[in-house]
Write a protein that binds this ligand. Structure first.
Ligand SMILES: *Cc1c(COP(=O)(O)O)cnc(C)c1O
Length: 432
């Protein structure tokens, strides 16, 4: 199967973490996000162990909350000893509510409002990752008012294009994120920050993009970032001690994608960081990474119930499911690849080429086009694999469709609800 936590049992049903997905769909109803807690923990440990081994004891992976944000996830990630990055006060509020240690939370985003800055300081945020000049002045004003010194990391753009989709490429010079190194603006801004009261500039951050399948973009970024740190030291006398290389490791969504050896990639990036630091005679910084997708994606799948199976003579076939773009907008947004299976007939030969369509009044509401699948009958359970990242977190109530629940399979094989299914009452909660 696509990932090691997936299999097929004697009944011909798809299993995840040893549990029958058809049985769980029956117990909880569909659509349903199903997650494998042990797999999330395994990924957290992979990052933490490899980073400590190769970058040193103070290295820290920060889970990128935007991939999947709910209290249970913060509890798991905190137990595993990771930090987190948050991009909004809503994520921050959720982390705080889950008891996440705030000193290990890093506040991102390209446009933090004054209210956001106050909220983050109220909740005791550890670091701000500041995007631009206006934001730095806002942080400085608020920190000064409170008589405190706020730790800050500056987001810069190293000018790297990892050749992925334009919508998920963020390290280029022409980007809404960060301040460019290439144009000299990052150095100018650094000089200004060093004169600002109430802020302690401890390091720099970059995030080159998403869906990177090897260490190349990270190594290229490390070269530029460390050269910049050396330049800052030379021009200002200030030594930055934190290097945050962002997230972006890819995940295998379909058979055609490579699988990634994360520890080996981290080893390669670390070798490069050490070599560049040595070349610039620069002290090895504390290294942070921000994996999101690669922590949660293959720990999740979505279960739906098949409705109509429609063949348009001379054209193609559509399988309609009881979810769609409200619970997974990624195909509609950027034609993301997914593997779709008939979980009820997982050992049957895929004998139908079909487009998997959602239930919304929107012809673009598709989950995948022209996939091979064992012909479903109404009532069969359809599984879309590798939906742990950017599905629940991107879900909407379009067409007033309630969001599905997240059910976790615990390491002991038991199942529990981590996020309950939205009710129709929930949909009315803000209507006056
Ligand atoms: C999206 C994002 C991440 C996580 O990216 P993944 O591809 O999910 O690993 C990390 N850091 C920043 C700043 C991001 O915007």
């Amino acid at each position: 199967m696509l990932h090691t936590n997936l299999d097929i049992n004697g009944a011909g049903h798809l299993t995840m973490a040893g549990r029958d997905t058809v049985e769980l769909a029956g117990k909880y109803g569909t659509p349903l996000y199903l997650m494998d807690q042990a797999r999330i923990r395994e990924r957290c440990r992979e990052y933490l162990c490899a980073m400590r081994e190769h970058f040193g004891r103070n290295a820290l992976p920060l889970y990128a909350s935007k991939a999947l944000c709910c209290k249970e996830l913060y509890r798991i990630v905190a137990e595993e000893g990771l930090g987190c990055d948050v991009v909004s006060p809503g994520e921050l509020y959720t982390a705080h509510a889950a008891g996440f240690p705030m000193e290990k939370a890093y506040f991102h985003g390209n446009n933090k409002t004054d209210a956001d800055v106050r909220c983050a300081m109220d909740l005791g945020i550890g670091h701000f990752v500041a995007d631009n000049r206006e934001e730095l002045y806002a942080i400085s004003r608020e920190a000064t008012k409170r008589g405190k010194v706020q730790k800050v990391i500056l987001r810069v753009t190293p000018g790297i294009d990892p050749h992925t989709h334009a919508a998920i490429t963020t390290g280029k010079v022409d980007s809404k994120f960060g301040t460019a190194i290439e144009t000299g603006q990052a150095l100018d801004l650094t000089r200004q920050i060093l004169t600002l009261p109430g802020v302690d500039l401890v390091g720099i951050h970059c995030h080159v993009g998403s869906l990177c399948f090897d260490s190349g973009p990270f190594e290229a970024a490390a070269d530029i970032m460390i050269a910049f740190m050396a330049q800052v030291r030379k021009q200002t006398g200030h030594t930055l001690s934190v290097l945050n290389l962002g997230g972006g490791y890819g995940v295998r969504y379909i058979e055609g994608h490579p699988s990634i050896d994360i520890p080996d990639n981290i080893r390669k990036v670390a070798e490069r960081v050490r070599a560049r630091c040595a070349a610039h005679d620069f002290p090895l910084p504390q290294v942070l990474l921000e994996p999101g997708r690669s922590i949660v994606a293959d720990a999740g799948l979505t279960l739906y119930t098949a409705g109509s199976v429609k063949t348009i003579t001379g054209y193609k076939s559509y399988v309609s499911i009881d979810g769609g773009m409200p619970d997974n907008p990624r195909y509609a947004l950027y034609q993301s690849d997914y593997t779709v299976l008939n979980a009820s007939r997982a050992s049957a030969r895929p004998d139908l080429t079909a487009t998997i369509a959602g239930r919304c009044c929107e012809s673009g509401d598709l989950i995948q086009e022209d996939v091979r699948i064992a012909r479903p009958e109404r009532g069969d359970i359809i599984a879309v694999l590798v939906t742990g990242a950017y599905n629940y977190s991107m879900a909407s109530n379009y067409n007033r469709i309630p969001r599905p629940p997240i059910v976790m399979i615990a390491p002991d094989g038991s199942d529990y609800v981590a996020v309950r299914r939205e009710s129709y009452e929930d949909l009315l909660a803000n209507d006056l």
